[in-house]
Ligand binder design. Structure first.
Ligand SMILES: [Zn+2]
Length: 340
C-alpha cells in the first residue's frame, strides 16, 4: 500500500434513516465520494444479483466508468469467484450478532479471524481505489452494518469515522409499511425490533470507537440541514462549508452509489425539510406496536413514548423533487432481516 490511508465516513444505524440523502449532500463537495452501500458492491454490482444492480449514475455498476476503473484496479480482480467468496464471508462474519466479536478483535483482545482479515483487505482495497478516483478527501459508505463498522475500527490502513444516524421508529414504521418496491414491506413491530437491535449494536460500536463516533438524529438533520451537515463535515475532518444553503436547499448532481434508496437517483434542486406524516398516517395500533418494540431506547434519543396527535405531522427527511421522479429499484437486502 502506498499513500495515506483512505478516510471513510461509515454510516450505521437501521435502514430508512436518511443516509442516502446525507451521503449525496456530502458528495457535492470536491474530493468527497458517496459510494452508497459498498457492502453490496459484490452481490449487486459484480454478481448483478437482484434488481438493484444499477449505479446512482443510472448505468449498471459493472458498466459505470468509475466502478469499472475501481474494480479493474483491485489486486485480486473482481471476478465472480472473488465476489462469491466475499458475499460468503460477509454472511458468516458481518451479521449484527457478530458485532461484539468484531469489536473485541478491533480492541486487540483476541486475534482477528482470518476471514475478517481477508474480507476487510478487499474492502480497504476498494476504498483505496475510490480514493484514487475522486474520493481522496473522504469516502461516505452508507452500508449500515454495525459489525462491518466494528471490523473497520481495527484496521490501520483505513481512517474510519463512524456516523450513527437514528430516526424516530414510528417514522421508520410508516416508511416500511408503504415500502417502495426495492425493499419488502414490514410490520411496525418488526421494523421497531430491528431498529432496536441495530441501534444497540451501533451504540456498542460507539463505545469502542470513542472520538471516532458521532450520533445524529434524522429529525435534526431535517430541521437544520446546514448546521447538522456542517457538524458531520467537522467530525469527518473537513473544513468545507456545507453545500446546503440557509434555506435548506441543495443542488444535487450525479453520484456513483452502489445500492440504496431510490432517492439516490434524484437530481437538481432539492429542499430538505421535516416530514412528520407518521403522526397522522399511522393508525393508533401501528404507533403502539412501533413504540412498544422500541421503548427501551426512545427516551435515550429524545423521542416521546406518548404524544398528542396533531392536526398534521410525522418524522423523516422529506425532500421536494422538482426534477423528475426517482426510479424505483430493488435493493432487496433480505439480509437486513437477520438482525441478530
Ligand atoms: Zn456510476
Amino acid at each position: 500500500m502506498t499513500g495515506p490511508s483512505p478516510r471513510v465516513l461509515y454510516i450505521t444505524g437501521w435502514m430508512r434513516s436518511g443516509s442516502t440523502l446525507l451521503g449525496n449532500v456530502l458528495n457535492e463537495i470536491h474530493g468527497v465520494r458517496h459510494v452508497g452501500e459498498q457492502y453490496y458492491l459484490w452481490r449487486n454490482g459484480v454478481l448483478g444479483a437482484g434488481t438493484n444492480s444499477s449505479c446512482g449514475c443510472g448505468l449498471p455498476v459493472a458498466g459505470c466508468p468509475l466502478w469499472a476503473a475501481v474494480l479493474a484496479a483491485l489486486p485480486e480482480g473482481a471476478t465472480e469467484a472473488v465476489a462469491h467468496r466475499m458475499t460468503t464471508l460477509q454472511q458468516a462474519l458481518l451479521r449484527t450478532r457478530h458485532t461484539p466479536a468484531r469489536l473485541a478483535e478491533a480492541r486487540g483482545e483476541r486475534p482477528t479471524a482470518p476471514g475478517v482479515t481477508e474480507l476487510l483487505d478487499h474492502s480497504a482495497a476498494v476504498y483505496r481505489q475510490v480514493a484514487a478516483h475522486g474520493g481522496d478527501r473522504l469516502i461516505v459508505d452508507g452500508s449500515k452494518y454495525p459489525a462491518e463498522a466494528a471490523a473497520l475500527l481495527g484496521r490501520t490502513d483505513v481512517d474510519v469515522r463512524v456516523l450513527h444516524i437514528v430516526r424516530d421508529p414510528r417514522a421508520t414504521a410508516l416508511s416500511y409499511r408503504g415500502a417502495k418496491d426495492y425493499i419488502d414491506p414490514m410490520s411496525p413491530a418488526r421494523s421497531s425490533g430491528y431498529w432496536t437491535t441495530f441501534n444497540l449494536a451501533s451504540e456498542l460500536v460507539g463505545r469502542t470507537a470513542g472520538t471516532r463516533y458521532l450520533r445524529i438524529r434524522h429529525e435534526d438533520l431535517a430541521r437544520s440541514p446546514r448546521e447538522v451537515t456542517t457538524r458531520v463535515l467537522r467530525f469527518a475532518g473537513l473544513d468545507d462549508d456545507s453545500p446546503v444553503d440557509a434555506s435548506g436547499r441543495i443542488r444535487l448532481g450525479a453520484n456513483h452509489t452502489v445500492t440504496g434508496n431510490p432517492d439516490r437517483l434524484r437530481r437538481g434542486v432539492t429542499e430538505i425539510r421535516p416530514d412528520e406524516r407518521w403522526r397522522t398516517a399511522l393508525t393508533g395500533t401501528d404507533i403502539a406496536a412501533a413504540t412498544a418494540a422500541a421503548a427501551p431506547l426512545l427516551a435515550r434519543y429524545g423521542y416521546p413514548l406518548v404524544f398528542t396527535r396533531p392536526s398534521r405531522a410525522a418524522d423523516s427527511v422529506r425532500t421536494s423533487r422538482p426534477t423528475g421522479r426517482p426510479v424505483s429499484r430493488t435493493s432487496g437486502p433480505p439480509a437486513r432481516g437477520e438482525a441478530s
